[in-house]
Every structure is written in C-alpha cells, then in structure tokens.
Design a protein around this ligand. Sequence first.
Ligand SMILES: CCCCCCC[C@H](O)CC(=O)SCCNC(=O)CCNC(=O)[C@H](O)C(C)(C)COP(=O)([O-])OP(=O)([O-])OC[C@H]1O[C@@H](n2cnc3c(N)ncnc32)[C@H](O)[C@@H]1OP(=O)([O-])[O-]
Length: 289
Amino acid sequence: MFAATVRPLFARPLCSARPVQNRAFSASARAFKEFEYIKTETKGRVAILTLNRPKALNALCTPLMTELNAALRTFDADPNIGAMVVTGSEKAFAAGADIKEMSTLNFVDNFKNNFIEDWTGVTKIRKPIVAAVNGFALGGGCELAMMCDIIYAGDRAKFGQPEIKLGIIPGAGGTQRFTQAVGKAKAMHMVLTGDMMTAAEAETAGLVAKVYPAAELLEKAIQNAETIAGYSLPSVLMAKELVDASFEMPLAQGLLFERRLFHSLFATKDQKEGMSAFAAKRKADFTHE
Ligand SMILES: CCCCCCC[C@H](O)CC(=O)SCCNC(=O)CCNC(=O)[C@H](O)C(C)(C)COP(=O)([O-])OP(=O)([O-])OC[C@H]1O[C@@H](n2cnc3c(N)ncnc32)[C@H](O)[C@@H]1OP(=O)([O-])[O-]
C-alpha cells in the first residue's frame, strides 16, 4: 500500500466539491479507491480508465487530470499490466478543458504556475495507451486523445479544436499533434474555423486508426489492447518509443536508433521464445524478460 498525495493547482477548484488529497490505493489489487472523476478496472493485462464527469461532458479540470495521471502512472509501474485504455462516455470522451474553471485565470498566474503542464503526464507513460473515443473529443479532449498512442473511434464520434470560438487557441497539442496527424490543410481549417470532424473524416485524415460501431467501440478497443499487452513488453515499449522518436529525429538517426534497439531485442528471453514458438507452430508464451 502506498499513498498518492495530490495538490490542486487552484485554490478553489470549481469541479471539486471536496479536497482531492491523500488518496490511498492498492497497486497490487489494481483497485483505486476514492477517485471522484475517473473509474478504473482491469481485464487481464489491460487497465481501463474511464473519465467520469458526466454532468460536464467530462470537461477536463485539475482534479480529474491529477487522478488520471496518478492512475496511469500506477498502471505503468504495475508488472501485471501491459496496455491501457482511456475512454469516456457515449456522449463525450471529453468536451475540452473546463471553460468555467479557466474563465477567471490570468496570464501572469498561468505563466508562473505553468498552467496545464501537470496535465500532460500521459505523454510520459511508457506502456501503450489506447484512446477509445465515443461522442465529443473537443479542445483538450481531442488533445488528450492525441497524447494517447492509438485512437479508436465510435462511428458517431466528433473531433475538433474549437478554442478559437472562446478567444483562445489550443494549448496542449491541437496546433502541433493535430497538424502532424492530418496535415496543414485540414489542421488550419479545423483550428481556424472551430469546425468538427466526424469519425469517418478523422479516419480518412489519419487521426483515427479505426472506426467501430459506437456500441462495440470499448470492447474492440480492449481487444486490441489485449493483443498488444499479450506481446513481449520490452519489444512493445521499444516499438512505441521508436514510432514516437520518428516525430523528433532526422531519418538517419531514427533508422540507427531502430537498428540498435532491433539488435538489442535478441538479448531477451522473449525473442528466443517468440521465434521457437513460431518454428514449433505453437503460441508464444512471453514472460516479458
Ligand atoms: C490533456 C491535456 C489537455 C489540456 C487542454 C488545455 C487547452 C485546451 O486546448 C483548451 C480547451 O480545451 S478550451 C475548451 C474547448 N471545448 C469547447 O469549447 C467545447 C465546449 N462545449 C460545447 O461546445 C458543447 O457543450 C458541446 C457541443 C460539446 C455539447 O453541447 P450540448 O450537447 O448542447 O451539451 P451542453 O448543454 O452544452 O453541455 C452539457 C453540460 O456540460 C457543460 N460543458 C460542456 N463542455 C464544457 C467545458 N469544456 N467546460 C465546462 N463545462 C462544459 C455545459 O456547460 C453543460 O453544463 P450545464 O451546467 O448543464 O450548463
């Protein structure tokens, strides 16, 4: 047992009726207690984290993001977990950062407190995170989905960066990751008009990996996460690291990095297991070593 101490960024967080402090949880039981804005469960080697602030369409506020990041970090450190799924409700994955909470913020405090930097912990998680998006993924909701490694969408999902309508701009990747995913033409249109994109458009544009009927989305996302979690963890972690590195590195360096990690995987037990299982026509039994 260990305790996670979290401190709200704001003196009076609008989305919390009670202080979000000293939440104790048991990593071994993989059961979190007392979370207010998210639910967690596990299925085999997959952890499922559900944003649970239905009255505000899962608008992202500091306590919600603190809980989400604490849960992600704990599952990342749990040897029994190989992949995670982040999802919301049928109506909304998340309708963006909490506009009511942000409405009174000012530049100097934002700058001094480095507002929302703490919220981006999802990008530091090493195990794969799948976003299962039903309903609205707008503003910070779309940005949160893009911080995950794969986005699967329900067929009625809507994506968008509508911050321009509020007199601001996207603040957590909506001008950068969105542009990398869909290209300049569509990114400019979405960011400058605030229009929404359907799931089908998002799949065609390259933002979304696959679209499923809304009612089947979570089950399919978990199945895909189970497939990933069943593979050798060192190779999964390296594969994720390399795909992410391709956005940061020149091609020659990226290829060299890939080659070196490819070489290194021949030091694992799982490489021997995977290849001998193939030759023996049986399923590999990976031990993640
Ligand atoms: C991972 C790190 C991420 C960091 C992100 C930071 C930077 C980011 O780029 C900035 C933003 O996201 S800026 C944000 C960008 N996002 C936007 O601009 C989208 C804003 N939302 C909308 O445009 C509409 O709600 C929808 C079109 C989503 C649904 O319309 P509909 O079906 O007619 O439903 P409805 O009746 O409208 O809503 C039901 C309830 O939910 C409430 N609520 C909803 N969103 C909220 C929010 N973001 N806030 C607070 N509350 C929000 C709404 O007030 C209402 O509560 P009430 O107490 O009953 O009044």
